[in-house]
Design a protein around this ligand. Structure first.
Ligand code: SAH
Ligand code: SF4
Length: 358
């Protein structure tokens, strides 16, 4: 497929939109942006623009470069959108709701992922391409057509954001700019498998979003076997970089550990995790592994941790003085939970909500 002939306005930064629409006066560009942020489906819905301008815009531009191709809803309130990009690549974006009804958008940054972590569906898919900043912003806009009020963003969907940092930073600037979506950087969390150089660059250039490191385990040899990029990002370097991030941004960190039954829940993993966390202001977020068919580790199929295993490991961390939370298992019936994105949808997965496309 070729790039669309007309440029899409949807995911542009406010200043780029203004430049593209010149010589239209800036107030028009702001009006158009307001409509886009309400996720209208056509220029005709922009009722405070003169009719002639609406048809002129429709002749020169399209609204969004991507389209929602399917929507799935879990009874627990999670919704997952499957989004098709202009070149046919498919990505997914998820809307999570917490107990109090607050909504969080979980966004993808790459189609597939080159990092190859053994426990992750997206890693199993391999890598197709980086998303551009507009494709990242459009995911948020598409989710907004399901829910206007989204309080938080987590960059935890498909892909490794720090391997696509330039475009991710551009999208973060749209999310946080007062002329853009005006979200506080405190409401945005970026999760990385641990690319030291990228963490440093984000610390230096901002915006100062919250950072989560997918530590998985602080047993270095085991980590290298589970996450290939650990080989070039040693734990000592990662820890220095996290301290630097914390010092530059003043933000508290999250250490995420996906728990693989019988693999990284040993007492020595609790010791190593506590040693790694020492000196950092960090909370530990445990994510019981979400099942994905076909994933194995050194010839053995991966397993969810047992209930008792989970309890014992949590207690071991707490005994070592760590602040531990457990991630809710949301969206599992629609393969929308952590690490499940990219699952091919068969008859088990029937779209459950109407799609409001372009
Ligand atoms: N690439 C980034 C962000 C996307 S992955 C990163 O790795 O941090 C988001 C989170 O899902 C990571 O913490 C990862 O460890 C976790 N994860 C991956 N596969 C999982 C699975 N099958 N079950 C539970 N969590 C998983
Ligand atoms: Fe990529 Fe994150 Fe999955 Fe690892 S866990 S393969 S970095 S998406």
């Amino acid at each position: 497929m070729l790039r669309p002939e007309k440029p899409a306005l949807g995911g542009l930064a406010p200043e780029s939109l203004e430049a593209l629409l010149a010589p239209l006066p800036p107030f028009r560009s702001r009006q158009i942006l307001t409509w886009i942020y309400r996720r209208v489906s056509s220029f005709d819905e922009m009722t405070n623009l003169p009719k002639a301008l609406r048809s002129d815009l429709a002749a020169r531009f399209i609204l969004y470069s991507s389209a929602v191709s399917a929507c799935f809803e879990d009874p627990d309130g999670t919704a997952k959108l499957q989004i098709t990009l202009w070149d046919g690549a498919r990505i997914e974006a998820v809307l999570l709701s917490d107990g109090g009804g607050r909504k969080t958008a979980c966004l993808s940054t790459q189609a597939g992922c080159p990092a190859g972590c053994v426990f992750c569906k997206t890693g199993l898919l391999g890598f197709r391409r980086d998303l551009d900043s507009a494709e990242i912003v459009e995911q948020f806009l598409h989710l907004r057509s399901k829910e206007a009020e989204i309080a938080n963003i987590v960059i935890m969907g498909m892909g490794e954001p720090l391997l696509n940092l330039e475009e991710v930073r551009r999208a973060l600037l749209v999310f946080t700019s007062p002329d853009g979506l005006a979200l506080s950087p405190r409401r945005i969390t970026l999760s990385t498998c641990g690319i030291a150089e990228g963490i440093r660059e984000l610390a230096d250039k901002g915006p100062p979003v919250r950072l989560a490191l997918s530590l998985t385990t602080a047993d270095e040899a085991l980590r290298e076997r589970l996450m290939p990029l650990a080989l070039t990002n040693p734990l000592a370097t990662l820890k220095d970089t996290l301290a630097y991030y914390q010092q530059r941004t003043g933000r508290r960190l999250t250490l995420e550990a996906v728990l693989l039954g019988g693999i990284n829940t040993r007492p020595e993993d609790a010791d190593a995790l506590a040693a790694f966390a020492g000196g950092l202001e960090a909370a530990v977020n445990l994510i019981p592994w979400n099942p994905v068919d076909g994933l194995s580790f050194e010839g053995r199929p991966l397993q969810e941790p047992g209930r008792r295993e989970l309890r014992t490991f949590t207690a071991a961390l707490e005994k070592r003085g760590l602040n531990v939370t457990q991630r809710f298992r949301k969206g599992r019936s629609i393969a929308g939970a952590c690490g499940q994105l990219g699952v091919v949808h068969t008859e088990r997965f029937v779209p459950r909500c109407p799609v409001n496309s372009r």
